[in-house]
Design a protein around this ligand. Structure first.
Ligand code: VGL
Ligand code: ZN
Length: 206
């Protein structure tokens, strides 16, 4: 069984959002088209409490982009984004939500961030995604979404580690590029760890 994993296709990661990813909205039509090709479509949703430790605003005098130690883990600080129940945390309005079988939320613990859709950044707690995919007898995952250099990357690396044959749909993903070259580096890191890099056209047949 194959599954399509849609990573964080939320308003805050699209242009005009709180943590906007350049051209983030351009992957939404690709997601909608790809859904038609999969029996199982799973989405992740970044879903932070307002007091989340990844928000610069929750640390005295800190600014987005700075790096701190958050309970023993290196943490990049972000603008306030994807707050539970907020407008920006919603899926992009043109995403075909009816095509999504199941949603897994992440980043719900204030004390730790969660880039991967499978585990928090300390690999302390699972979101349930891994067990769910195994229950569904999934062996192969196709990953796309936002952002290539954070949540997409760490989801793909965990997928490999969990034993899934893992594909990155590169043109259906966009990155933050906090530093120039971060996206290219993320793609090569994924490839090096066994993720196959592919284009949506391979699945869509165009
Ligand atoms: C993400 C930074 C902070 C992502 C989520 O979805 O890639 N990046 N929270
Ligand atoms: Zn986040």
């Amino acid at each position: 069984m194959k599954a399509l994993l849609l990573i964080d296709l939320q308003i805050d990661f699209c242009p005009g959002g709180a943590l906007e990813v350049k051209e983030g909205d351009q992957v939404i039509p690709i997601a909608n088209a790809l859904m038609e090709k999969f029996e199982l479509v799973v989405a992740t949703q970044d879903w932070h409490p307002a007091d989340h430790g990844s928000f610069a605003a929750n640390h005295p005098w800190r600014k987005p982009g700075q790096v701190i130690d958050l309970h023993g883990l290196e943490q990049v600080l972000w603008p306030i984004h994807c707050v539970q129940g907020s407008f920006g945390a919603k899926f992009h309005p043109t995403l075909n939500q009816a095509g999504i079988t199941k949603v897994f939320v992440k980043g719900t613990d204030s004390t730790i961030d969660s880039y991967s859709g499978f585990f928090d950044n300390g690999h302390r707690k699972a979101t349930g995604l891994g067990d769910y995919l195994k229950e569904q007898e999934v062996t192969e995952v196709y990953i796309m979404g936002l952002a290539t250099d954070y949540c997409v990357k760490f989801t793909a690396l965990d997928a490999v580690e969990l034993g899934f044959t893992t594909h990155l749909i590169e043109d259906a993903s966009r990155g933050v590029n906090l530093q120039e070259g971060d996206v290219a580096q993320a793609v090569s890191d994924m490839q090096e760890k066994g993720v196959s890099i592919m284009a949506s056209s391979t699945l869509l047949g165009d």
